[in-house]
Design a binder for this molecule. Sequence first.
Ligand code: THU
Length: 157
Amino acid sequence: MKDIEIITKVTAKEYGELSAEERRLVDMAREATGGSYSPYSKFKVGAAILLDNGEIVTGANQENVAFPSGTCAERSACFYAGAKYPEARFEMIAIDAIGTDGLESAQPTAPCGACRQALLEYEMRAGHNVPVLLAGRDVVYRLPSVKSLLPLSFTEF
Ligand code: THU
């Protein structure tokens, strides 16, 4: 028997410590919350994805009166990026949210399990690590890859 330890490296940065490219992506994720349709949860999530063709694709959560029919910001962004630029590869992802109090969430917003799985597919297609920035008002978490958010993931059958 042996234990396998899985370690996720998270770098906590202040906004000012981000690179210009990272700041831009976080800004765009924050701006994308403006496209949220969330009359039920009143929780606005925005995602921004930098592609290797230089484009930045954004998305926001879209809710539905039949709750499971809605989708998260991350999936609206990654599916749109995949549909609009099928040849492009993901370079970096940022996620931000405005809470029910109307303020940017103090703590970083992390993607749900389904979004982690969806984003992982695009990281695999990219063939390299895709860093993820989880933005909050007080701190931004930088993860080196989508995979690091979803260890022991289902990747083949
Ligand atoms: N939400 C996202 O957009 N991304 C996540 O990763 C977690 C949750 C949305 C779904 C729903 O519209 C609202 O946040 C509350 O759960």
